[in-house]
Design a protein around this ligand. Structure first.
Ligand SMILES: Cc1cc2nc3c(=O)[nH]c(=O)nc-3n(C[C@H](O)[C@H](O)[C@H](O)COP(=O)(O)OP(=O)(O)OC[C@H]3O[C@@H](n4cnc5c(N)ncnc54)[C@H](O)[C@@H]3O)c2cc1C
Length: 284
């Protein structure tokens, strides 16, 4: 289908972009277009104005910011898989980005778009949740920083206010002893996750000192598997102990029951995938 007509602007600065958004309550940002363009074509979205961030080079790329990495919102999934700083300090992001869709989507889609779209089946929301990232947002009222838990509000819904843009994602560097793994169950190689699990474990003296686990598509927003995290923390860093901790991965979740999978099946997948992810994360 052909999208409804809209005006188009390509601002030269972040300030111009937020001003354009603030001036028109039906305006929408476009980044890689990989989620928005299908919605426009189906007429599920019909903005009066598209504010194209594509000219804002200041929002591209990865910068070393001391004990964290500052990832510009326009950094593509492909760039996440290739960036040496990400490989060195938060490889989970690279590994998970490499599972998104296909090369064409990965070359266009951006981390800012993937997070702002807030699809429960999207991979990166759970990954930034497990990484304890900070999302940097700017708008008419200035710049603010929020945790993923305060950013993802509901199905396809964030706490971005009118006129606001996600400008970067700040990811704390993983120090020594951290292992990680993103596990995803999908029916074909390019399909969205039916369930995904982002797991991190910090080993110390043969034990898991700290575990962080976030789940994709086990609720309307990314969910921390708090019971499994608590069970893994302090346990021996053995496969048996990690498998046992993973049995609590679905506690406190509300997985959807839809045509692709029932909620009981998703609960089963969450336990199995958490087990696989934790065993790998704790074995590094
Ligand atoms: C065939 C196909 C398969 C896919 N498979 C997967 C998959 O397996 N896993 C997965 O995670 N994703 C998948 N995706 C989605 C893909 O990752 C998209 O790139 C991503 O969801 C959106 O990024 P984008 O830059 O294209 O955003 P856009 O489509 O440009 O925008 C998406 C939404 O975010 C808003 N937005 C964009 N950038 C910003 C910003 N900086 N600040 C505020 N709002 C912003 C837009 O207004 C829009 O509402 C798939 C897409 C396709 C087409």
């Amino acid at each position: 289908m052909i999208p409804a007509s809209f005006d188009y602007t390509r601002p030269a600065s972040v300030g111009e972009a937020t001003s354009a958004l603030a001036a028109d309550e039906d305006a929408k940002v476009i980044a890689g277009g990989q989620s928005l363009l299908p919605l426009l074509r189906l007429r599920f979205a019909y903005p009066s104005l598209l504010v194209d961030l594509g000219g804002l080079d200041e929002l591209r790329g990865v910068r070393d910011a001391g004990d964290s990495l500052e990832i510009g919102a326009l950094t593509t999934h492909y760039e996440l898989t290739k960036d040496p700083l990400i490989a060195a300090h938060c490889g989970l992001l690279a590994q998970a980005a490499g599972t998104i869709a296909d090369p064409a989507v990965r070359h266009r889609g951006t981390i800012g778009g993937a997070l702002s779209h807030a699809d429960p089946a999207g991979d990166l929301p759970a990954v930034v949740t497990a990484l304890d990232a900070v999302l940097v947002i700017t708008g008419p009222a200035g710049t603010r920083e929020v945790s993923p838990g305060d950013f993802f509000a509901d199905y396809l819904t964030t706490t971005l206010a009118p006129g606001e843009i996600l400008i970067s994602v700040r990811v704390p560097k993983l120090g020594d002893g951290w292992g990680y793994r993103y596990e995803k169950f999908h029916l074909t190689a390019q399909a969205w996750a039916i369930v995904g699990v982002a797991a991190l474990a910090r080993r110390s003296d043969g034990h898991v000192a700290e575990a962080r686990i976030a789940l994709t598509n086990m609720g309307a927003t990314p969910v921390r598997a708090a019971a499994a995290e608590a069970a893994a923390a302090g346990a021996e860093a053995s496969a048996a102990a990690m498998r046992a901790a993973a049995q609590q991965a679905d506690e406190g979740t509300s997985p959807p029951d839809d045509l692709r999978a029932g909620s009981d099946y998703r609960r089963h997948l969450a336990r199995v995938l958490t087990s696989r992810a934790l065993v790998i994360a704790a074995s590094v």
